[in-house]
Write a protein that binds this ligand. Structure first.
Ligand code: ADP
Ligand code: AMP
Length: 211
């Protein structure tokens, strides 16, 4: 099953993708994580993406479609994938659809996590993430250790106030139209009120997926 997670930055896509991956037994694929790993490794793709990411702008569609092509044709996603933040423009949604059709697959479900702006800003400005496995945390200070892998928790550069403002604006301008694009393709968009405790949001998502 291929599930696309939509929603503004801070809505909890990464948090819920981890939960759903464990529950459904299919991997989470987060393009943001792939790009940050590429940056740490100093690859051409990572270096190309860095300036966009630091500002909170979207990296070019060609870069993302290259990542999606690699991942969706890999044995890792044989059983499916939970695509976290991986479809952020209409050309990406179109490109993903075409590449999946070529391998006899399709997007099965689209989930939209809905949270209001004040809560998003609060979440992002207090978020820490593991610099190793990228797990996001709330209420944990930078410098403390990740529960999952023992890595160091850090603040993301794009969780500074100016980058947060830009990311919310970019979401409205470039990503929100993806919701209507899926609807126009007769793909149901399962909207979830994500302003609730993490486990409650997971329960709502599982129910919406019919699992
Ligand atoms: P996204 O991947 O959509 O940008 P994250 O999953 O990284 O969002 O969540 C953003 C921040 O909000 C993180 O610090 C995370 O721990 C926290 N968070 C996630 N879900 C919830 C929730 N339901 N209630 C409160 N905080 C949450
Ligand atoms: P995320 O970890 O999902 O918050 O993504 C962090 C940053 O990576 C974004 O602000 C973008 O700069 C870049 N990025 C991740 N996924 C995409 C995508 N699908 N399209 C364009 N840029 C992306």
């Amino acid at each position: 099953m291929i599930i696309v997670l939509l929603g503004p930055p801070g809505a909890g896509k990464g948090t819920q993708a981890d939960k759903l991956a464990a529950r459904l037994g299919i991997p989470k694929i987060a393009t943001g994580d792939v790009l940050r790993a590429a940056l740490r490794e100093g690859t051409k793709r990572g270096l190309e993406a860095k300036a966009y990411m630091d500002r909170g702008d979207l990296v070019p569609d060609s870069v993302i479609l290259g990542i999606l092509q690699d991942v969706m044709t890999s044995p890792v996603t044989k059983k499916g994938a939970i695509l976290d933040g991986a479809v952020r423009t209409v050309p990406q949604a179109e490109g993903l659809g075409v590449m999946l059709a070529e391998i006899g697959k399709k997007v099965d479900k689209v989930l939209l996590f809905d949270v209001d702006d004040d809560e998003l800003v609060k979440r992002l400005s207090t978020r820490t993430v593991c610099e190793g496995c990228q797990t996001p945390y709330m209420g944990r200070d930078p410098g403390t250790s990740c529960e999952k892998c023992g890595g160091k928790l850090v603040r993301r550069k794009d969780d500074e106030p100016e980058a947060i403002r830009n990311r919310l604006e970019v979401y409205r301008r470039q990503t929100a139209p993806v919701i209507d694009w899926y609807r126009d393709q007769n793909q149901k968009v399962l909207k979830i009120d994500a302003d609730a405790p993490v486990d409650e949001v997971t329960a709502r998502a599982v129910k919406a997926l019919g699992k």
